[in-house]
Design a protein around this ligand. Structure first.
Ligand code: NAP
Ligand code: ZN
Ligand code: ZN
Length: 352
């Protein structure tokens, strides 16, 4: 298959900084869309992957799965997009399309494993997939999203992961007017969870370790901020929430949050992957029919639904635009929770 060499930014090993490198993109197949990348959001998963926090990273790795760009070429079988369209690509670029999950528009739970935008398997070239910290990407049109044109395209890019990852549980657990939702952690995912839950009509509380984020959280739409390290504040919301979205990326004690769920309430983990420590106490679950659940990103139809909702309600991410060359500093700042509230790379800087 024909390929094109393009510029990208990636990591050569778990402990090396990200730097410029060349990668190949396949030429368009009949169902493919070629996209010039304008903006790419910086997700904490990019950092986890670059540093091999979860194991399994194939090097070199090019992160980035919050992509917004312009269509530059389409295959002759493409029906949904044309050259010049403003489009998005999130965390998925392929799946089997035939299993029970795929048939239900739940490509993220593909029983044969979805293809991640990075660190997945590029079946045409038989190598790892490379993400959005790059000039261009070629994606099957099924996995390409329409971006509402009334929104700032840079501020839309984080919706492609942070937005859909929080939207999907809000919809699955039927959040609406009268729901009491709490969000743990005010970062990229957390700030989108507040905006989207608020947009759906819920009463929203933020749990944060950072006293300094209180005013911002209220500006973003939170009705209440609870400092999670303050036991009295935690007690004040015991038994309150229908749904808690926990976005914390590292191991932490979830038992104090379970105590704040109401009867039938659910705490959904979207941040930390791994074993819990301290262990989860089953008594409050049993005595209150409470659930602890997990959720990964969202399907393509649901992602389009979220983008359309954001277009209609003028919802975008709060962003800080950076150059590609600033990515290593951005990762260090992300580790210190010093992001308001998503870094977005202006991909034009890659040409500098
Ligand atoms: P982020 O911007 O770094 O935000 C994480 C927030 O969690 C921080 O702002 C901080 O908020 C809080 N936090 C950080 N370290 C903590 C610690 N050790 N203990 C307690 N709280 C801590 O990250 P993100 O991009 O939102 O991503 C969050 C996590 O979700 C990452 O692990 C990422 O890989 C994962 N993720 C999952 C999915 C999925 O599909 N399930 C999709 C995307 C990302 P406060 O300062 O307010 O406490
Ligand atoms: Zn992500
Ligand atoms: Zn499938």
């Amino acid at each position: 298959m024909k390929t094109t060499n393009i510029k990208a930014y990636g990591a050569a090993s778990p402990d090396s900084d990200l730097d410029q490198l060349d990668i190949k993109r396949r030429s368009v197949t009949p169902k493919d869309v070629e996209i010039e990348i304008l903006y790419c959001g910086v997700c904490h998963s990019d950092l986890h992957t670059a540093r091999n926090d979860w194991g399994g990273t194939i090097y070199p790795t090019v992160p980035g799965h919050e992509i917004v760009g312009k269509v530059t070429q389409v295959g002759n079988g493409v029906t949904g997009f044309k050259v010049g369209d403003l489009v998005g690509v999130g965390c998925l670029v392929d799946s089997c399309r035939t299993c029970e999950s795929c048939k239900k528009d739940l490509e993220q739970y593909c029983l044969n494993g979805f293809t991640g935008t990075y660190n997945g398997h590029e079946k045409y070239l038989d190598e790892q997939t490379f993400g959005g910290y790059s000039e261009k990407v070629v994606v099957d049109e099924h996995f390409v999203l329409k971006v509402p044109t009334n929104l700032d395209p840079a501020a839309v890019s984080p919706l492609l992961c942070a937005g859909i990852t929080t939207w999907s549980p809000l919809r699955h657990w039927k959040v609406g007017k009268g729901s009491k939702v709490a969000v743990v952690g005010l970062g990229g995912l957390g700030h989108m969870a507040i905006k989207l839950a608020k947009g759906l009509g819920a009463e929203v509380t933020l749990f944060s370790r950072s006293e300094g984020k209180k005013a911002d959280a209220e500006r973003l739409g939170a009705d209440e901020v609870i400092i999670s390290t303050d036991a009295d504040q935690m007690d004040s919301v015991a038994g309150k929430f229908d749904l808690i979205i926990d976005t914390v990326p590292y191991i932490h004690d979830i038992n104090p949050y379970v105590a704040t769920l109401t009867i039938n309430g659910t705490l959904v983990l979207v941040g930390y992957l791994g074993e819990l420590d301290p262990m989860l106490n089953s008594v409050p679950l049993i005595m209150g029919r409470k659930s602890v659940a997990g959720s990964v990103i969202g399907g393509i139809a649901e992602t389009q639904e979220m983008l359309d909702f954001c277009g209609e309600n003028n919802i975008v991410s709060d962003i800080e635009i950076i150059k590609m060359q600033d990515i290593n500093t951005a990762y260090e700042r992300m580790l210190k929770s010093d992001v308001k509230y998503r870094f977005v790379i202006d991909m034009a800087s890659l040409k500098e």
